[in-house]
Design a protein around this ligand. Structure first.
Ligand SMILES: Cc1cc2nc3c(=O)[nH]c(=O)nc-3n(C[C@H](O)[C@H](O)[C@H](O)COP(=O)(O)O)c2cc1C
Length: 195
């Protein structure tokens, strides 16, 4: 029989040498509500930039709905709510929240912590700030950013949230936020309850 101490030693080895993975924090999201909100034509009629945004955090349900509308998976083959050239899906969405900066993991419907620090002060006041990061080498990079911020903006109009897209400040976490190789944040999207 294998001794308990040997099992513990083996597990410690795995834990120590996979320290990066173990240090990761995750936040599970509730299932997005795909039935709520105003119909598309009404949302289009209401879409606008609004700069008076409260810092009150969104509920986790609201955040889940927003992220799914922005860049969620809507088909069993893994395709998304926004199109990408050659289905490259070379775009990542980060949510700046009180308890850190979180990468949206659509496949697992959860957030993965990228930074544990409160970075909200680097951006305009908002319940959540979304950062859209794309591969700078990708021919379609900025087109993909536009698709996502339009999805998010329409979700906001549909759900009665205020939002504004800004290029200014998109490099606020340059060198601090761990991104994939050649990825850059191109736009920041302040979202929240209207003041
Ligand atoms: C790519 C892009 C960059 C923008 N950058 C900023 C910005 O840095 N600061 C800002 O206050 N608004 C910014 N805006 C918001 C525009 O000013 C706004 O969309 C425009 O005035 C039209 O208003 P509307 O969105 O209400 O139709 C940006 C919008 C887009 C699409």
């Amino acid at each position: 029989m294998i001794k308990l101490s040997k099992i513990i030693a083996a597990l410690s080895f795995v834990f120590i040498f996979s320290g990066v993975a173990l240090a990761q924090e995750f936040k599970n999201l509730p299932e997005p509500d795909k039935n709520g909100g105003k119909p598309l034509m009404q949302a289009l009629n209401l879409r606008k930039s609004e700069r008076g945004i409260s810092e009150k955090p969104l509920s986790l349900q609201e955040l889940s709905n927003l992220l799914w509308a922005t860049w969620g998976i809507n088909r069993s083959d893994g395709k998304r709510t926004a199109p990408t050239g050659r289905n490259s899906q070379k775009i990542e969405v980060y949510a700046v929240l009180q308890d850190g900066v979180w990468l949206y993991d659509a496949k697992n419907n959860r957030l993965q912590q990228a930074l544990a620090s409160d970075e909200r002060g680097k951006y305009s006041p908002a319940g959540v700030t979304l950062l859209y990061a794309v591969d700078d080498e990708d021919d379609f990079d900025e087109m993909h950013v536009g698709s996502l911020y339009q999805n998010a903006g329409l979700y906001c109009a549909s759900a009665g949230l205020a939002n504004v897209v800004k290029r200014g400040g998109s490099d606020a976490l340059k060198g601090t936020l761990p991104l994939k190789k050649d990825y850059e944040v191109k736009i920041v999207h302040a979202i929240g309850y209207a003041k």
